[in-house]
Design a protein around this ligand. Structure first.
Ligand code: PAF
Length: 283
């Protein structure tokens, strides 16, 4: 695996592969890789012939009081894991390579229909940062296919919409959430949990599963299901931001005929803010 830090170097390598007729798969990340990221690389390997991963802690998607400065950065370990997972090219740019005029003054991409609800309500500007950097990375890497985790379900939905509305020739593939044995979704931010908090953390998945079970069984009292979810999280010691039942396709309130739904939650536990979701089909 080769590691490069410039846009020009990525373009040169990828265009070379394209001239050879290779299908290029891409996994954007913020590094501090864990088994969840490795599953994204494996999904990419099933869909392409050359694999690119980016490691970039994107300042534009962090709010002023968020953890940009402290976000875990483990580039050498990430490099080792990517090489072992069969990645061909790792792109690890500095901030000024991506935002030469600074992130504050950069051209932006937003998907307003989806980015201001749920996470967007509690993290204003977050998804504008995500869609902007992903659009830039797509223009830099020019992949045929890109893989995103279902763990960040709203992010995945926004990227799909951005790609469709901006006519980007990239296939978006969703990879299932990877969980620890007790159900906690893997996340770099789990390391902010103390041992006691870590023991409580799987309750978020348990609350989502309980809600999904009610939805699956035909219960359409979504407001009641959401209230029960918030209460379950509060009783377990979380400070929930939201617990919501939505349509999977567009994150709107469920229409009576909607079959594919998703239950999403975000909650604080100590210094960590956990997000998770469970998709559910109604018959
Ligand atoms: O999911 C992430 O790690 C980030 O939001 C992404 C997609 C790499 C953009 O910075």
């Amino acid at each position: 695996m080769e590691t490069v830090t410039t846009i020009a170097a990525v373009r040169e390598r990828v265009r070379g592969w394209r001239r050879e007729g290779r299908r290029v798969a891409f996994v954007p990340t913020m590094g501090n890789l864990h088994a969840g990221h490795v599953s994204l690389i494996e999904a990419a390997r099933r869909r392409g012939e050359r694999f690119v991963a980016s490691i970039f802690v994107n300042p534009m998607q962090f709010g002023p009081n968020e953890d940009f400065a402290h976000y875990p950065r483990t580039p050498r370990e990430d490099e080792r894991m990517l090489a072992a997972a069969g990645c061909n090219l790792m792109f690890m740019p500095e901030v000024n390579e991506i935002y030469p005029h600074g992130p504050e003054r950069a051209t932006r991409v937003e998907v307003p229909a989806l980015s201001r609800m749920l996470e967007g309500e509690f993290r204003p500007g977050h998804f504008e940062g995500v869609s902007t950097v992903v659009a830039k990375l797509f223009h830099i890497v020019e992949p045929d296919v890109a893989v995103f985790g279902e763990k960040d379900f709203q992010q995945l939905t926004i990227i799909r919409r951005m790609v469709a509305e901006l006519c980007m020739p990239v296939e978006i593939v969703a990879a299932p959430t990877v969980r620890d044995a007790d159900g906690l979704a893997m996340s770099s931010r789990n390391q902010y949990l103390t041992a006691d908090e870590r023991a409580l953390a799987p309750q978020i998945y348990a609350a989502l599963q309980a809600a999904a079970k009610r939805v699956r069984s035909g219960d359409a009292d979504f407001a009641g299901i959401e209230r029960a979810g918030l209460l379950a999280l509060e009783s377990a010691g979380f400070r929930p931001d939201y617990f919501a039942v939505r349509q999977a396709a567009d994150l709107g309130a469920p229409a009576p005929a909607a079959r594919e739904l998703v239950v999403l939650a975000a909650a604080r536990l100590g210094k960590a803010r956990l997000i998770d979701n469970v998709q559910v089909s109604r018959s």
